[in-house]
Design a protein around this ligand. Structure first.
Ligand code: NAI
Ligand code: MG
Length: 508
């Protein structure tokens, strides 16, 4: 029997007086690190070849769970961005644009199938590079990424039927910049619809999590995609900015912070570049007194602690109807005690490592702010590993609507809890943030769900569930959460010119 894991013991619970201390625990179940091949150094993937950076510079990507270096990654400068954009332009004009749509679809299907074949290795690398639990990368990130390629492969030769009465045309070269919270999935969200609509791509992954995008480049090479159709360049903010500013880009797709999103909006203003932005969020998860409470508590836990709260649509504000507030809070406190925080490669782990030192500092800053603002903090009593970047699952009680932890994005495993009495009150409170990406409603009443979903300014509203995704369903926000939609039929539009099939003048 393994040594007892302290962090699974319930604390301060009236209901759980069972003798957990002597009974059960989970034995470690680590996924094998040896099933993944990571090269000691990665160059840039330009025009179908691995290309040394003009900058001559490399930076390290680490495993945030133990701070060990995983690989050295090329840092692309403006000259490298030029090369990548030129390769994408050439591939677009000479080949991709002219290829019959059915053939494009075949390439995308091939990538999807190869991703499935390599899913185990991709999941391990995703967890090593970003810190997320293997259970999530294995069961969510990688299968969802492959699903996006499958879904958009199907659209490639059906674009004429997607928008009745409209003629579709590709845009050209798409510059795509993605964050570190769902590295491969975000790459799939960006690349699959761009290819299906006949565009070519230059993609830049985030500097802390470049590895699965580079593995995808290997796979794209193996799939024999024509050189230059997909180029993957690595680097930090400066590389991203050079891509945004490049004059030969037709479309920019960005997912990341609202701050950088605003900078990109300014940089693109006055050009012909199309733009979609998927930015931050501060989602309200709302529990009414008639909700199935145990189910709702699980949904709330999933909503905020899934992927360490590194989720733009995380249910980071919880509104509980006053009559059930004490019960729900007690259940939440009990439940966070049972969450296992630790090795991302262990299949039992619920909460992995925080993605970077910088992100951990941001989270700590907000925890301090919450305390200073007078909210009551409640943390799990789990022990954290001594190396790496970790944060205990944290609840804040008695939070004021105006406080910063109820208004600003924390992007960590920290839940702000507020209460309400009436439907109108909670709608007003839920809508009272600068964001509008997602929300959740827990109630037994169908009419209440429809009333709430109509009145909440959020791109996605989940009812009696949370954080559910599907490639067929569009995703995106209002207000400072950005604009444009990814996923589904809507996700094709930002990569197409649509014109009327029958000119207006000839219409009767
Ligand atoms: P960030 O917005 O700086 O990074 C996202 C991507 O943008 C990365 O690939 C980065 O290299 C690139 N980038 C940075 N500066 C750029 C620039 N000037 N021009 C073009 N590209 C640029 O996000 P960061 O600093 O890593 O995280 C900060 C906060 O952003 C988090 O605490 C969280 O609140 C939010 N965030 C939101 C995400 C979402 O999914 N909406 C994802 C990641 C972060
Ligand atoms: Mg890393």
């Amino acid at each position: 029997m393994k040594k007892k894991q302290k962090n699974i013991l319930p604390r301060k619970s009236n209901t759980l007086k069972l003798s957990f201390d002597t009974s059960w625990t989970y034995a470690p179940a680590p996924e094998s690190r040896t099933s993944a091949t990571i090269q000691p150094r990665y160059d840039l993937f330009i025009n179908g070849k691995w290309t040394k950076p003009e900058s001559g510079k490399y930076f390290e990507t680490i495993n945030p769970a133990n701070e060990e270096t995983l690989s050295e990654i090329a840092e692309a400068n403006a000259a490298d961005v030029n090369k990548a954009v030129a390769a994408a332009r050439n591939a677009y004009e000479k080949y991709w644009k002219k290829l019959p749509a059915k053939e494009r679809g075949k390439y995308i299907f091939r990538i999807a199938r190869m991703m499935q074949e390599k899913s185990r290795e991709l999941a391990i690398i995703e967890s090593l590079d970003g810190g997320k639990p293997i259970r999530e990368s294995r069961d969510f990130d990688i299968p969802e990424a492959a699903n996006h390629f499958f879904y958009y492969a199907g659209w490639a030769d059906k674009l004429d039927y997607a928008f009745p009465g409209k003629k579709t045309a590709s845009l050209g070269v798409a510059g795509q910049i993605i964050p570190w919270n769902f590295p491969l999935l975000m790459a799939a969200w960006k690349i699959a619809p761009a290819l299906a609509t006949g565009n070519t791509v230059v993609l830049k992954p985030a500097e802390t999590t470049p590895l699965t995008a580079l593995k995808l480049a290997e796979l794209i090479q193996e799939a024999d995609l024509p050189p230059g159709v997909v180029n993957i360049i690595t680097g930090a903010g400066e590389t991203g900015a050079a891509l945004v500013q490049h004059p030969d880009i037709n479309k920019i797709a960005f997912t990341g912070s609202t701050e950088v999103g605003k900078m990109i909006l300014r940089a693109v203003a006055g050009t012909n570049k199309k733009l979609t932005l998927e930015l931050g969020g501060k989602a309200a998860n709302i529990i009414f007194e008639d909700a199935p409470l145990d189910q709702a508590v699980e949904g709330i836990i999933n909503g905020i602690f899934f992927n360490q709260g590194h989720v733009c649509c995380a249910g980071s504000r919880l509104y509980i109807q006053e009559s059930v507030a004490n019960t729900v809070i007690r259940k939440l406190k009990d439940r966070i005690e049972t969450l296992i925080v630790g090795d991302p490669l262990d299949k039992n782990t619920d909460i992995g490592a925080i993605n970077s030192k910088k992100q951990l500092e941001t989270i700590h800053y907000y925890i301090k702010t919450g305390i200073q603002e007078g909210a009551e903090i409640y943390e799990s009593s789990c022990r954290l590993p001594s190396k790496g970047f970790w944060c205990k699952p944290t609840l804040f009680l008695n939070v004021a609507q105006s406080s910063r932890i109820a208004q600003e994005e924390i992007f960590g495993p920290v839940l702000a809890i507020l209460t309400f009495r009436t439907d109108d009150e909670v709608i007003e409170k839920a809508n009272n943030t600068p964001y509008g990406l997602s929300a959740g409603v827990w109630t037994d009443k169908g009419s209440r769900i429809f009333n709430m979903t109509r009145k909440m300014r959020a791109g996605v509203v989940w009812a009696n569930t949370y954080n559910k995704f599907d490639p067929t369903s569009p995703f995106g926000g209002y207000k400072e959460s950005g604009f444009g939609r990814e996923g589904g039929l809507h996700g094709l539009m930002p990569y197409l010119h649509l014109s009327n099939l029958i000119p207006n003048s000839t219409r009767k």
